[in-house]
Design a protein around this ligand. Structure first.
Ligand code: SF4
Ligand code: SF4
Length: 281
């Protein structure tokens, strides 16, 4: 099994699996049935012993001690595979205009889209196991956690604590860099979802074509203007304000939630933005 074979298998799964379309059983409106959720994926691979993982664990500013290293998820880990599924134009367009709430299709993209992402990850794990490997999926591991801690928010720290980050794995696997809006800018932009899995099979490591963690962000400020609750400042995003709004949306639209306005109608929506002439707005 090579990384290219794995990426092709994922692309076929995304193209052909009916779970990548809004289904009758849960559609909030009949006209949503059949809407595709994700476009073709991007995939990258990091070495499990890449020193960047240990560095992120040591650095409170970047991640901190709660991060579990690949070896801690899977003893004998060799490779960390990360992938990005970009949202389709239909999902993105639906959420562009009304800045007061997430669109129904966006809610589907976040909720049922996450369920499909989990299935796609489990499918890749099955392929790697069939090829003789051991696999761990941090986001589906019983020991995985994401906790919202209001006390941290009061201290001015990011309110969520977790022991694995899809964005940090994707950064390490060469998929893209962080942004002012705290997304990861890939060659296919920011609007979509990430997942990852760890295996003891050796796979070709993807080069990281960047050195700066924010290299792909132009700091143009367009995402700042899109935010309903002014969570994005000139230099950074206030996670407390963003997560507070997301929390409200979770209460209003349970079991679904979302926002995503800062991913849309911005230069990094579907591509890596060009740097020339960009200014903070
Ligand atoms: S809209 Fe501009 S500032 Fe915001 S994340 Fe994208 S490139 Fe960076
Ligand atoms: S997700 Fe919504 S609330 Fe959070 S920063 Fe983006 S636009 Fe603002």
């Amino acid at each position: 099994m090579t990384l290219l074979e794995l990426e092709r298998a994922l692309a076929a799964f995304v193209a052909e699996n009916p779970g990548n379309c809004v289904e009758t059983s849960y559609a909030l409106r009949p006209e949503y049935v059949g809407t595709r959720i994700y476009e073709a994926p991007l995939m990258g691979c990091a070495a499990a012993d890449d020193p960047l993982f240990a560095y992120m664990k040591q650095s409170k500013e970047i991640y901190g001690p709660t991060l579990r290293l690949p070896e801690e998820w899977l003893p004998g880990a060799v490779s960390v595979v990360s992938f990005f599924l970009p949202f389709t134009k239909e999902i993105r367009d639906s959420n562009r205009c009304d800045l007061t709430r997430p669109s129904d299709l966006w809610l589907h993209g976040r909720a049922e889209g996450q369920a499909f992402l989990d299935r796609a990850t489990a499918y890749l794990a099955e392929l790697l196991r069939e090829a003789g490997g051991k696999v761990a999926i941090p986001s589906q591991d019983p020991e995985f956690y994401v906790i919202r801690d209001p006390a941290r928010a009061e201290r001015g720290e990011p309110p969520y604590v977790s022991n694995w980050s899809e964005r940090h794995a994707a950064f390490t696997a060469g998929l893209g860099t962080f942004s002012l809006s705290k997304h990861l800018i890939t060659e296919k932009g920011v609007s979509g979802r990430f997942s990852s899995l760890i295996t003891d099979l050796p796979l070709t490591v993807t080069p990281r074509p960047y050195t700066d963690p924010y290299e792909y962000c132009t700091f143009c400020g367009a995402c700042r203007k899109r935010c309903i609750v002014n969570a994005i400042g000139e230099k950074e995003k206030d996670n407390r304000i963003c997560s507070g709004f997301q929390h409200q949306m979770r209460e209003r639209f349970a079991p679904r939630h979302g926002c995503g306005k800062c991913q849309l109608s911005v230069p990094c929506e579907t591509r890596r933005p060009k740097r020339s002439g960009a200014k903070m707005g």
